[in-house]
Design a protein around this ligand. Sequence first.
Ligand code: ADP
Ligand code: ASP
Ligand code: MG
Length: 408
Amino acid sequence: MKKKIIVQKFGGSSVANIDRIKEVAKRIASYKRHRQDVAVVVSALGDTTDKLEELAFSIDAHPPEREMDMLMSTGEQISCALLAMAVKKLGFDAVSFTGAQVGIRTDKAHTRARIIKIDAHRIKKAFAEDKIVIVAGFQGVTSDAEITTLGRGGSDLTAVALAKALGAKVCEIYTDVKGIYTTDPRIEKKAKKLTKITFEEMLEMAALGAQVMQTRSIEVAKKYNIPMHVRSSFSKEEGTMIVQKNEKMESVSVRGITCNKSEAKITICNVPDRPGIAARIFTEISKAEVSVDTIVQNVSHTRQTDISFTVPKTELTKTLKTIRNLSEKIKIGDVSSDKDIARVSIVGSGMRSHRGVAAKMFQTLADNKINIEMITTSEISISCIINRKSSDKAVKVLHKKFNLERIN
Ligand code: ADP
Ligand code: ASP
Ligand code: MG
């Protein structure tokens, strides 16, 4: 009989030290005992990736991206070898592989590469030899044999892509929380674990800053309808299933709240209000490879207007420099920036069929004296940019108002 294949991914906190690695090894072995083929994707130990990044930044604020990938990919190479040793020590046969060794082919975009294809034959050969396969997450290789990484949190993407390539029956994501919660349990203790969430909602939550899953991994899982189970590596409890949309799930308007503190706001005052100026500004910014998010332009009464927009905090200096250069070519007024902002968002596919959700959000913030600086909406989310100091409070009051403590 053909054995079932499962893919399991263990995040950094799940393999933070040797004791944890031994625990994970036991868990993997228990699945093997059930006669399943197991492919394990592993992240770097604890906060190794952050530490490696710090080392690079202590040499150069803008290190060469190719060298960054050479450096950052080493974290996962350590953890996959140690985990393979721990599994073997339990008497099971295991083999560790780097991304390149298992044919994870990517494009050439260093530090944020996309997976183009996976040649799964080496993994399948190891399965045929009854081995547990342990793959270093977060990395791949280009057609020129250059090592690449898949963006922060990229081990999630490795796991989903492997699940697709191997035709796995499920992709399990083991992490330090029991599943996907209504909001980050570090901010709101009353956050509730969801039994199910749709791909669409998870994608929106991830894109709006819920750290628990990498956005691109959910894009791929949604596209290929790969069943995902997010659960704790510290307990046996069932976690959260990420599933295709179903009608019943639209009965609640809001399923989750996110808070993203990684953006900064820029305001350009007195921009000439005539066709082509906004295009000019944002073309220059995009040439500098900065991705702009929320944009707000005020109504002009004087043929001059103010434009505000958000960019990742890490791109603030570069964006301000680009605007400064531009100000020599077009006449603009003062430019200001604010790093102390946060984006608080409510997400739910039921928003399509419920009225008054935005009004309720704005009123709740107003009742708590939280000023809204910018607003954006999508079909299934509403985001407010507010002062960073008020963001935890905003999450808590919205969580209560939308009754998320009682959702399941
Ligand atoms: P890993 O190291 O396993 O990849 P991450 O640190 O990337 O784990 O993601 C898990 C963290 O995501 C949790 O510790 C939690 O604080 C945070 N998080 C943010 N939003 C949510 C949410 N809605 N549900 C669960 N966890 C969340
Ligand atoms: N180690 C990488 C990171 O911290 C990839 C991952 O853990 O998913 O971003
Ligand atoms: Mg992660």
